[in-house]
Design a protein around this ligand. Structure first.
Ligand SMILES: *[C@@H]1O[C@H](CO)[C@@H](O)[C@H](O)[C@H]1NC(C)=O
Ligand SMILES: *[C@@H]1O[C@H](CO)[C@@H](O)[C@H](O)[C@H]1NC(C)=O
Ligand SMILES: *[C@@H]1O[C@H](CO)[C@@H](O)[C@H](O)[C@H]1NC(C)=O
Ligand SMILES: *[C@@H]1O[C@H](CO)[C@@H](O)[C@H](O)[C@H]1NC(C)=O
Length: 339
């Protein structure tokens, strides 16, 4: 991986075709969206005439707007903006579907691995960059993310326009009950898995993640395993070794703050050696066959949970085996379920 990388020039050539510039701009836009929206908000706050509107907006966010918990506020035109196509072409990303999905059912897509920031999940589920609605007609998808993301002014409305909603249990159930085809996508491994997003590997945090399994049983929603080959190759990761200082600091931070961040490096806008932009490496996202789940009345038993979890993990390992030689030829180890 590093070898091919070291042959690249350090700086981006001046004469790059416009297409590649648009791709870089699109990825940069997404990477800096939170900072840009927040800066814009503070700028608007300096304009006195806008204060009444800003106060109404903030009150509305804090007290009245239930949308993040009730399916979000999705706009099809926002998901279809050309920027998302440029974004996916940057890597480039491709979507492979192993079967059709019956639009009269509800689905829970599990996306793995988390990677540093789940760039493939946005292309697959959070926009029409990869033609999701053409692949799966009638499936109305919501990509779920942490509730805190819906407290940032402007940014919250932008991500809701893309069909994002809160990952709380109530929010999941609200969406699954919205009718035929209503479905959710969850990046199951979360922040813990991002700490293991090392190029050439896929180490998944799945053993104790039973929340989405239970959700499937209680709601009779089918589980759809989704494996993104290459998501972990987009950044260099520091502290992946569990004996390193970085790893220990991150684990301590997680215990105390309940939150941590991977230490990573990608490329910059004008250089290829350092920065927060991901590297241009292909990402192949395979959406597997659905696992049909019979709805259980009341609370699922431990056995029911374990049985479905095993089916799910086997299906995920099946995808790995079918595609690893094609899409993970440069792997340094096999896919592992580490926690
Ligand atoms: C993938 O989706 C397309 C569009 O719905 C469909 O035509 C194709 O048969 C699907 N592929 C498989 C393997 O089912
Ligand atoms: C999405 O569909 C459009 C129109 O059919 C097509 O031109 C484009 O190549 C598709 N994109 C992908 C990533 O499949
Ligand atoms: C939501 O917030 C978390 C950190 O709080 C961040 O890692 C994640 O990328 C955010 N998701 C989106 C879609 O903005
Ligand atoms: C650290 O990682 C190694 C190899 O992946 C593993 O065998 C070991 O159990 C891990 N140790 C801890 C404390 O997680």
């Amino acid at each position: 991986m590093n070898d091919s990388h070291s042959k690249m020039p350090i700086f981006a050539p001046i004469s790059l075709p416009i297409k590649r510039r648009l791709q870089t701009a699109a990825v940069l836009f997404w990477m800096t969206a939170l900072a840009t929206c927040t800066t814009l908000f503070f700028y608007l706050c300096t304009i006195k005439y806008l204060w009444p509107l800003i106060i109404i907006y903030l009150l509305w966010i804090l007290m009245f707007d239930r949308a993040p918990e009730e399916g979000g506020r999705c706009f099809d035109w926002a998901r279809r903006l050309p920027i998302w196509r440029h974004y996916a072409e940057f890597f480039p990303m491709t979507l492979i579907n192993e079967s059709d999905l019956d639009p009269s059912k509800n689905y829970i897509f599990g996306y793995h691995p988390h990677g540093i920031i789940s760039l493939g999940a946005i292309a697959t589920f959070g926009s029409e960059a990869l033609n999701f609605s053409k692949r799966f007609p009638g499936i109305n998808i919501r990509l779920l993310t942490l509730q805190t993301n819906f407290t940032f002014p402007i940014y919250r409305d932008m991500i809701m326009a893309l069909g994002l909603a809160s990952v709380s249990k109530g929010s999941c159930e609200n969406i699954l009950k919205m009718g035929p085809g209503s479905s959710i996508a969850i990046v199951v491994g979360g922040a813990q898995e991002s700490l293991a997003a090392k190029p050439g590997t896929i180490d998944l945090t799945l053993k104790k993640r039973l929340g989405f399994i239970k959700l499937a049983l209680v709601n009779g929603a089918s589980l759809v395993p989704t494996l993104a080959f290459g998501e972990n190759d987009l950044y260099e990761l520091y502290g992946a070794d569990n004996k390193s200082k970085t790893y220990k600091v991150q684990q301590a931070m997680k215990r105390v703050l309940g939150w941590t961040m991977p230490l990573f490096n990608g490329r910059g806008v004008f250089n290829y050696e350092f920065g927060v932009l991901p590297r241009r490496k292909p990402v192949h996202i395979v959406i597997g066959k659905p696992i049909h789940v019979e709805k259980v009345e009341g609370s699922p038993t431990e056995e029911q949970l374990k049985e479905l979890q095993k089916k799910y993990i086997d299906a995920l390992l099946g995808i790995w085996d079918r595609y690893k030689d094609k899409y993970a030829a440069g792997r340094t180890q096999e896919l592992q379920i580490v926690e």
